[in-house]
Design a binder for this molecule. Sequence first.
Ligand SMILES: Cc1cc2nc3c(=O)[nH]c(=O)nc-3n(C[C@H](O)[C@H](O)[C@H](O)COP(=O)(O)OP(=O)(O)OC[C@H]3O[C@@H](n4cnc5c(N)ncnc54)[C@H](O)[C@@H]3O)c2cc1C
Ligand code: FES
Length: 292
Amino acid sequence: MPALPPRGCFLCRVFNPLLITEEIFRLDCSWPGPVPGAGQFFMLKPGRSAVFLPRPISAALWETEGPPRRISFFIARRGRGTEELAALREGEGIEMSGPLGNRWVDFLPPGGQKPVALVGGGLGIAPLLSIPREQPGAVFDFYGGFRNNVRTSGERSALAGAVEGRVRKRVLAAEAGAAGEIRAGRITDFFDPGEYGAVCVCGPDPMLRAAAEKCRAARVPCYVSLERRMACGTGACLGCTVETLHGSRRCCADGPIFGAEEVFFTGRHRLETSGSGRAGVRRKQTPEGSLP
Ligand SMILES: Cc1cc2nc3c(=O)[nH]c(=O)nc-3n(C[C@H](O)[C@H](O)[C@H](O)COP(=O)(O)OP(=O)(O)OC[C@H]3O[C@@H](n4cnc5c(N)ncnc54)[C@H](O)[C@@H]3O)c2cc1C
Ligand code: FES
């Protein structure tokens, strides 16, 4: 039996909760457990909570020294679980288990070869932020897409600002129109996969598909981080399965990162995607879709 990767489950403390926009906030937490890798996530739930299940949230930034070390999460308020996380105040307790899932580094070629494109949509940028720090020998270009460039300017500076100085090139786009360095349109229209050795993508499913299509046409490896509803986060409940070329896989334990060719394959068993993705923040909640 393969050895379990190091992970932990602790009651931790919240530091510096920060409202970025009406919908998005940043939560810094103390973490005494193993250092995460870029792409991994934690199951989070307030120490005092009325929800039954913790919610999966990607680790965005963290201190490497420690333990304890500080880990930052960027979170959108969608329903009961994330509303409870948004209500946490400085010093309050938060249950954290992780780090969970696979890492971008498990897929990327060793540094020093062709540059790598990091393509993120909205909060899908969060799990890409720490890749350049993990691979100091490699060259990265960053492409960040947003829906709106005025209402989400705080989101843009918090997320895209975190990669500044760590990447060779930074391209930003908003579907709502151009402004300053922001180009008008979808971010997937602004990168040419042919320039890269690999492309890492995270965001809403339509964006993942568009990026995967471009990479397939250019014969460039593309890796996507998928978002599914999760209950256990550790591979036990089979509640987060993803249809792949090689059969059903658990998004939490076999992913969340997959080769795009594996999940967006064409053929009889084409993947049906149901998630709205990290950038798909919904204001009105549908109770029947909520987790306990
Ligand atoms: C690996 C992974 C990493 C993630 N990282 C982040 C992150 O960094 N930041 C962040 O804000 N969110 C992230 N998410 C999404 C986050 O887990 C969900 O938004 C959260 O679980 C919603 O819980 P809730 O109780 O607030 O909403 P609920 O009350 O459970 O649901 C509210 C509404 O949102 C819909 N919904 C909830 N979750 C999803 C989903 N995953 N896909 C599609 N629709 C959904 C429901 O159908 C319902 O209509 C991640 C998810 C995964 C799987
Ligand atoms: S959430 Fe339980 S197997 Fe993935």
